[in-house]
Design a protein around this ligand. Structure first.
Ligand code: FNR
Length: 203
């Protein structure tokens, strides 16, 4: 799904409105994932000028440099999609005080071949979501560390550690917690300004 000014749009609307293309990477493959729900809620709150689309990472083979001679088709499609995006937004759970392996794998796949990273120069931001009280702080920080190596201008503030995730959604998966909605709105507005400020400033 694509969104413009909080409204779902079809692909044909892009040419007219041309919102900034933001690739959203969700670090969970789980059906019913709180992180995916948060990404969907965030897309609906995005301001004019920002178009969020979840880019799937579940089909990416484990990164192995030996495969670069004939890269798997999902690697090539993923790299092409990230290259096309104007910004990238990461929304991740915490696994054992770090980011899930599937997310790190996607980052690694996108970063190669050496010298041709799809991530380089893309404005970015991180949200971590957990049912626990610490809101995935460890995953968020480790992810920020990795993004620093990728030449991605990273939104410094506000930081987003969203805890107690199981209480934020109704049975249909809709975000019902008003203070979280307000925070997400503030966050995505700040990210939009960050994208405008930093897009195209690095290569
Ligand atoms: C977890 N979980 C977890 N939570 C947390 O706050 N800190 C942690 O270190 C971990 N570690 C961890 C390891 C593994 C292997 C799993 C499967 C889970 C719990 C995790 O936050 C919870 O399953 C979330 O619901 C995952 O996010 P999604 O899938 O709902 O988006």
């Amino acid at each position: 799904m694509r969104y413009y000014a909080g409204q779902e749009i079809d692909a044909g609307a892009e040419a007219v409105t041309a919102p900034r293309d933001v690739a959203v990477i969700v670090g969970s493959l789980r059906q019913g994932s709180f992180n995916r729900r948060m990404a969907q809620a965030l897309a609906g709150l995005a301001p004019i000028g920002l178009g969020l689309e979840i880019v799937e990472i579940g089909e990416l083979a484990h990164y192995n440099p030996d495969l670069e001679t004939t890269p798997p088709a999902p690697w090539l499609a993923f790299r092409e999609r990230i290259t096309r995006a104007e910004a990238a937004l990461f929304i991740t759970p915490e696994y054992n005080r770090s980011m899930p392996g599937v997310l790190k794998n996607a980052i690694d796949v996108g970063s190669r071949p050496a010298g041709r990273s799809a991530w380089s120069g893309k404005p970015t931001a991180v949200i971590s979501v957990s049912p626990g009280a610490m809101g995935g702080f460890g995953a968020n920080q480790h992810l920020r560390q990795a993004l620093g190596a990728l030449n991605m201008p990273l939104l410094p503030h506000p930081e987003a550690y969203l805890g107690g995730a199981a209480r934020l959604f109704d049975e249909r998966g809709e975000l019902t917690d008003e203070s979280t909605r307000q925070f997400l709105s503030t966050f995505i507005t700040a990210f939009s300004a960050w994208v405008e400020l930093t897009a195209g400033t690095r290569r």
